[in-house]
Design a protein around this ligand. Structure first.
Ligand code: NDP
Ligand code: HSE
Length: 429
C-alpha cells in the first residue's frame, strides 16, 4: 500500500466524533477499499477538555482551527464545524490557500459560498467534496454528479430535512403538536445549532441550492430559493390531509425549463401512493428525473452521527483513491448563472386552511374570494367549533395557476372572518 491519506478534523460534535468512531471501527476495510490507510493527524474544536466518547489523546490538538490547514502532516482538512461564514469559511479558504483538499458536511457554507470555494479548489488543484452536506448518509451528490452525469435533469425534489420529517411523522403517528416534537428532534442530534434553520426551511433550501447546481449545471443560487417551513402546520392540517389521502412533507423542489430555474422549499401534500409519503422519521429521499435514465430515487438516513460520518468517509476514500473531478457537476467556469423562474406561472392544486369565526356569511366570503381570483374549489371541509369558538375550513383547489391562489389569499387579508394566518400547501400530483 502507498502512503496514508492524512487528515485533520475541525469540529468534534455529532458528526466529527462519528467520523472518528467510523474510522476506528472500519479502519482495515477502509484501507483495503481506498488502497491506503486514512489516518487522523490533528483535531480541533472549541473545548479541548470535553468528553466526546472517543480517544483524542492520540491526535495532535490545535486550539485555532485554521492552524489545521497549515500543518505539514495534513493532506485533507475535514470541516465539521458548521455555519455559512466564520471559522468554517476561514478554514476552507485557508486550506485551499495552503494546497490542502477539503471535505465538508456544511451545506450552509456551500449554498452561500459554493462557487467561490469550487473555484478556489480548482485553482489550487485540490479536491473539494461534500457528500454529507445533502441528505446525510444518502449518496445523492455522487449519484447526480457521477451516476446521472450523462442525463439532462428536468426536475429534482425530495425530503431534504430530517428534523422536519421527524417532526411531521411524529405529529401524524402520535397526533401530537409541533412544539412537543421539536424538542425530541433536538435531543436526537438531528437539528442544526439554530433549529429555526430546520423548521423554517432554510437548511432544506441550502441543500436544494446545492442539488439544483449539480442537477442543472447552474451556479448555486440559494437567494433564489423560495422558503417556507413547517412552523405553521397544525395537527389538524395533518389530519385533514390524511382524510383526503395525503401526507404532509416538507419538500424541496427544483425545476429547470426555458433556461429558468424554479427552486422552492414548502410543506406539501404528498399522495399516500407516492414513495415520498413513506419517508418517515429522520430519513431523507431525493427524486431526480433524467432524460435517459428516467426516475431515480435516492433514499436513506438523512441525519445523525453514523449516516453522516459514512458520507464524510466515502468522500475521503474517493480522495485516497485519486478520484478527483470538479467539485460541482462541471468545472466552475462552465456553470451557467441561474435565472429565477416566476412561481406564479406554475400550475397545480393547493390545500388551503382557514381558521374562521363561526358566523353567517364566512364561507360565502371565502368562496367569493376564490371565485373572483379564478380559483376553482374541488372540495371543502368545515370542522366544528374549536375550544376558542373558531372553526377550521380546509379547501382543496382544482389545478390552476399558482398566482390565482395567491391572489385569493391576498383578497382575504384583513378580513374580519379569517383569524390568523391561512395555511397554504401545494399538492404533489
Ligand atoms: P455539532 O454542533 O454537534 O458540532 C460542532 C463542532 O464544531 C463542535 O465540536 C464544536 O466544538 C465545534 N465548533 C463550533 N464552533 C467552533 C469554533 N468557533 N471553533 C472551533 N470549533 C468550533 O454539529 P454537528 O456535528 O451536528 O454538525 C457539523 C456540520 O455537519 C454542520 O455543518 C452540520 O450542518 C453538518 N451536518 C450535520 C448533520 C447531523 O445530523 N448532525 C447531518 C449532515 C450535516 P465544541 O464541541 O468544543 O463545542
Ligand atoms: N439538521 C439537518 C436535518 C441535519 O435535520 O436534516 C442533516 O443535514
Amino acid at each position: 500500500m502507498t502512503e496514508p491519506l492524512r487528515i485533520a478534523l475541525a469540529g468534534l460534535g455529532t458528526v466529527g466524533a462519528g467520523v472518528i468512531r467510523l474510522l476506528d471501527a472500519n479502519a482495515e476495510l477502509i484501507a483495503r477499499r481506498a488502497g491506503r490507510a486514512i489516518v487522523v493527524s490533528a483535531v480541533s474544536a472549541r473545548d479541548r477538555h470535553k468528553d466526546r466518547g472517543v480517544d483524542l489523546a492520540r491526535f495532535a490538538w490545535e486550539d485555532d482551527t485554521r492552524a489545521l490547514g497549515e500543518r505539514g502532516d495534513v493532506d485533507v482538512v475535514v470541516e465539521l464545524i458548521g455555519g455559512s461564514d466564520g471559522p468554517a469559511l476561514a478554514l476552507a479558504r485557508g486550506a485551499f490557500a495552503a494546497g490542502k483538499g477539503l471535505v465538508t458536511a456544511n451545506k450552509a457554507m456551500l449554498a452561500h459560498h459554493g462557487l467561490e470555494l469550487a473555484r478556489a479548489a480548482e485553482a489550487a488543484r485540490v479536491p473539494l467534496r461534500f457528500e454529507a452536506a445533502v441528505a446525510g448518509g444518502v449518496p445523492v451528490v455522487k449519484g447526480l454528479r457521477e451516476g446521472a452525469a450523462a442525463n439532462r435533469i428536468a426536475q429534482v425534489y425530495g425530503v431534504l430535512n430530517g428534523t422536519c420529517n421527524f417532526i411531521l411523522s411524529r405529529m401524524e403517528s402520535e397526533a401530537r403538536d409541533f412544539d412537543e416534537v421539536l424538542a425530541e428532534a433536538q435531543a436526537m442530534g438531528f437539528a442544526e445549532a439554530d433549529p429555526s434553520f430546520d423548521i423554517d426551511g432554510v437548511d432544506a433550501g441550502h441543500k436544494l441550492a446545492i442539488l439544483a447546481s449539480l442537477a442543472f449545471g447552474t451556479e448555486p443560487a440559494f437567494d433564489d430559493v423560495a422558503l417556507e417551513g413547517i412552523r405553521h402546520v397544525l395537527r389538524a392540517d395533518i389530519a385533514e390531509a390524511a382524510a383526503l389521502g395525503y401526507r404532509v412533507r416538507l419538500l424541496g423542489m427544483a425545476e429547470a425549463s426555458s433556461a429558468r430555474l424554479f427552486q422552492r422549499v414548502h410543506p406539501c401534500l404528498v399522495p399516500v401512493s407516492h414513495p415520498l409519503a413513506h419517508v418517515t422519521g429522520a430519513a431523507n429521499a431525493v427524486v431526480a428525473e433524467g432524460d435517459f435514465v428516467g426516475r431515480l430515487l435516492f433514499q436513506g438516513a438523512g441525519a445523525g452521527a453514523g449516516p453522516t460520518a459514512s458520507a464524510v468517509v466515502a468522500d475521503l476514500i474517493d480522495i485516497a483513491r485519486g478520484n478527483v473531478g470538479p467539485p460541482l457537476s462541471m468545472p466552475s467556469d462552465l456553470l451557467t448563472p441561474a435565472v429565477r423562474a416566476e412561481p406564479g406561472d406554475r400550475r397545480g392544486r393547493a390545500y388551503l386552511r382557514f381558521t374562521v369565526a363561526d358566523r353567517v356569511g364566512v364561507l360565502a366570503e371565502i368562496a367569493a374570494a376564490m371565485r373572483d381570483a379564478g380559483v376553482s374549489i374541488e372540495s371543502l371541509i368545515q370542522r366544528g367549533v374549536q375550544a376558542d369558538g373558531s372553526v377550521l375550513v380546509a379547501i382543496v383547489t382544482h389545478e390552476g395557476p399558482e398566482r390565482c391562489v395567491t391572489a385569493a389569499l391576498e383578497r382575504l387579508r384583513g378580513s374580519q372572518s379569517v383569524a390568523g394566518r391561512p395555511m397554504l400547501m401545494h399538492i404533489l400530483d
